[in-house]
Design a protein around this ligand. Structure first.
Ligand SMILES: *Cc1c(COP(=O)(O)O)cnc(C)c1O
Length: 445
């Protein structure tokens, strides 16, 4: 029995589940999609604005502590680029026509953590650090926050600890920023998390605890241990509103970048955004922010590996964290480690269920193929997870669902945007292996 029903009952009710169980690629259109951001009280636009202001307050600290942010004045942001060559290559490789222009949001280049986690993860740690410092009368919000990089502050924060459970990249972002501030930080990881991520964290002085079971278990263990201490703060990937808000700030920044590129978004010039999805916070936060900024003119699709379609299962059945892919016999094994999540966030699922346009799944082999294509034609290196969004324009072009006719008609003068969620911290040796794997797969076509 799965959430009170046997599996064949589930399949009878939702035939798409059969294909998910067979780990086939699917494209699911969300019939409940409508712009509900106005009615949603879980997160207000003021809170996203407040987050943006807080990140500005911290920019002198960021600039002082991470020299790579010198040129952006301590702002953690990534480039937005046109990838027309890749668009052509996708069309050739997958025999399709991709409408409109194709852009890449390069979160793989985000400073400090090299992934989208540099948005939510770092924001939540900074917010917590600010709160502690203000409560203890060591800081006021009018101060120059560069003083937080001093020895005195490091000593102050060393009395506190931070813990997080992570498949990899969240651990990297939380670990790096927390260690820099001086916190004692513990990252709980599943045993199959990438070895290089664990090593990098240990180098930075982060305590890495490995758990034999999967991600959800790692999170549980981390939470339990942390709750035993009153100076420990647990960052909860499955339920954190601050993480979500940190991700949502991206939407304001993206609007400015589109303006600078003279790309207008309106009814006749829609914006379609493809976001790789793990537990849901990253893509959920970004999509939520985008809906606040562009309303019904933005259409967000989430992308998941065929072996970890947890958000899709959660949304389709409206059961969210009450069911997991493992319940249906799906193994949750994928090279896209950032997306290897078997059970989605209920908090995020409830928010995004009426605002995203759909979810599709992608086979791991396609991730490696697109990884190699992107290196060849644009010289951009991403980690496998980050390619999941690249499959969206291909999938959309092959979907003739009636509900998408209007969008498809206006898309020729619109924009498709692939959110590249990570890659710059991947060691060269592993990058080369991934590239070779992609090339081999492409040649065997
Ligand atoms: C974490 C991550 C995602 C997805 O974010 P969630 O909040 O887990 O949904 C996507 N891509 C990469 C590279 C990630 O590390």
């Amino acid at each position: 029995m799965i959430a009170g029903k046997p599996i064949d009952k589930w399949i009878e009710e939702y035939p798409l589940i059969k294909e998910l169980v067979e780990t086939k690629e699917v494209f699911w259109i969300n019939r409940n999609s409508q712009d509900q951001t106005k009615d949603n009280v879980a997160v207000g636009i003021e809170e996203i604005k407040e987050a943006e202001t807080r990140l500005h307050r911290f920019s002198p600290f960021i600039k002082a502590s991470f020299p790579e942010t010198e040129s952006s004045n301590g702002l953690i942001e990534s480039p937005l680029v046109d990838i027309e060559l890749m668009k052509n290559r996708l069309e050739d490789t997958y025999d399709c026509r991709i409408k409109g222009n194709l852009l890449l949001k390069c979160d793989n280049e985000l400073p400090i953590a090299g992934s989208i986690k540099a948005r939510g993860g770092i924001y939540e740690v900074l917010k917590h650090a600010e709160k502690l410092a203000i409560e203890n009368k060591k800081l006021s919000i009018t101060d120059d926050y560069s003083k937080m990089s001093s020895k005195e502050f490091k000593e102050f924060f060393s009395d506190y600890s931070i813990a997080v459970g992570s498949t990899g990249n969240l651990g990297l972002s939380i670990g790096i920023i927390s260690a820099e501030l001086g916190f004692n930080v513990t990252v709980h990881m599943s045993h199959d998390a990438k070895e290089w991520k664990k090593e990098l964290l240990r180098e930075k002085g982060v305590k890495v605890v490995e758990h034999a079971s999967d991600f959800s278990k790692a999170v549980e263990k981390g939470r339990e241990e942390c709750l035993k201490s009153d100076t420990c703060y647990f960052i909860d990937d499955e339920n954190s509103k601050d993480l979500f808000i940190g991700y949502a700030v991206a939407a304001f920044r993206l609007k400015k970048q589109l303006d600078r590129m003279k790309i207008h978004v309106d009814e006749n010039h829609p914006l379609v955004v493809y976001l790789p999805c793990g537990v849901g916070g990253g893509p959920g936060g970004v999509a939520y922010g985008l809906k606040k900024v562009f309303g019904e003119n933005v259409h967000c699709f989430f992308a998941e590996p065929t072996h970890s379609p947890s958000m899709l299962l959660g949304l389709m059945t409206d059961k969210h964290d009450q069911i997991s892919v493992q319940d249906f016999g799906i193994d949750n094994r994928t090279a896209a480690d950032g997306l290897a999540v078997g059970r989605p966030s209920r908090f995020v699922g409830q928010i995004v269920k009426k605002l995203i346009s759909g979810v599709y799944t992608v086979d791991d082999d396609e991730l490696f193929k697109m990884l190699a294509l992107l290196v060849d034609c644009e010289n951009i290196q991403l980690e496998p997870s980050a390619l999941a969004g690249m499959y969206g324009p291909v999938q959309l072009s092959k979907t003739d669902d009636v509900s998408l006719v209007k969008l498809n008609n206006s898309l020729a003068s619109g924009t498709q945007l692939v959110w590249a969620t990570g890659g710059s911290l991947v060691p060269e040796k592993i990058m080369v292996e991934d590239y070779k794997k992609g090339k081999t797969l492409l040649h065997s076509l």
